[in-house]
Write a protein that binds this ligand. Sequence first.
Ligand code: CAA
Length: 426
Amino acid sequence: MGVGVLLRNCYAKPLKVFPNARIQPGWVVDPGALRCQSPPPMEFELTEEQQMVRKMARDFAEREVAPKARELDEEGRWPEELVEGMAELGLMGVAVPDEHGGAGMDNVSYALAIEEISRACASTGVIMSVNNSLVCDPLLKFASDEQKKEWLEPLAQGQKLGCFGLTEPSSGSDASNMQTVAVRDGDDWVIDGSKNWITNGPHADMILVFCNTNRDLGSRGTTAFIVPKGTEGFNPQPRDHKLGIHAAHSCTMFFENCRVPDRLRVGDEGMGFKVAMSTLDGGRIGIAAQALGIARAAFEKAVAYSQERKAFGEPLSKKQAIQFKIADMAMELDAARVLIMRAAWLKDQATKDKSVRHTQESAMAKLFASEMATRVTHQSLQIFGGYGYSKEYDMERHYRDARITEIYEGTSEIMRIVIAANALKG
Ligand code: CAA
């Protein structure tokens, strides 16, 4: 406590840091300190509960997930037993209050858990992240009491699995330009169109799908619906084949004359785009934490290898060229962690105070962490040399898995647009 790090209005003036201050992995930045004119000292300590969640996720990841990760990747096998294991530990609804079936922890704990699971297996990490961030979180914020009882509770308990349908074949980044329509017909809505790259899609019990319900209104003509698996006219397609995260199955979903009752509409008519965007503000923290976990796995293996492998009569770690890589990677990992913890902490404040926004902080965390993961897995593979390129080691998997974090839940380019838009607002 009392770490002695003080930031004064850090966007405008240089940092003032006491000489004995060292930022350690796991410390939490108090974002209040980044915003106030006369900020309080930052606290980096995790609470006992947050440390407990991190330990529990790390133990599970090391014991159950890591030993299977290579096989899951090679065979593209859906990790059914790991999803069940995560459900038993409360990891499928970490930040959902216990009265709605969740673990009742905070978003800092959630980010720590995603990092630990993704360090072992990025596929398992994103399966967990989609259910938590993209399905449970919007249902918690926007669903009716009846919908919470019927859907949020079993989803947060991991008895059911969810997926999120925003992206379409011809609109990924330009999300409001969706072509899937829902037309009112009495007490029902009839959905027609398609969604693609839907992570968890082939195994999900429901989709939270975003449809155009009024073409004249642009993004204000978007509405969200729950469509249960098995609904007539709702047809998930076979899984996609991708560069990485092989065990996290995704697919295209077709909707043909798919009829859902109005009671499955989530939020008001026309409010769907805001539901999607505010959901992604949270989802991006999860993907940033996934990227951090992947990068940490690669980094830790590269550091260990550099101490074992000898070249020119000494371990690689004695070479300054390797030390410089290690220094840059250690710094980037810490910087990503600080951004992620700040965004997660802010999301926790937003649950108590609706005026708190974290759009920009989440975008910064996702942008930095995902590009960092690309750089760190690249350099870690370089330290491994030819062995890094070999399927006999995990490094090539980390390298492939990192790449998607720059694409899904908002590309790096979209993150820059979001950050610039907020920065230009002042
Ligand atoms: N929270 C709440 N409301 C928001 C918001 C936010 N973060 N961002 C925008 N809005 C609101 C705006 O206030 C505006 O509302 P009004 O009409 O009332 O003024 C409305 O939404 C439209 O905003 P914009 O004009 O900014 O919208 P835009 O069409 O220009 O798009 C965008 C903005 C940032 C580019 C957005 O389209 C975007 O984020 N695109 C990326 C989509 C994305 O991330 N897709 C990921 C798919 S999910 C996935 O990948 C899952 C997986 O596989 C794991």
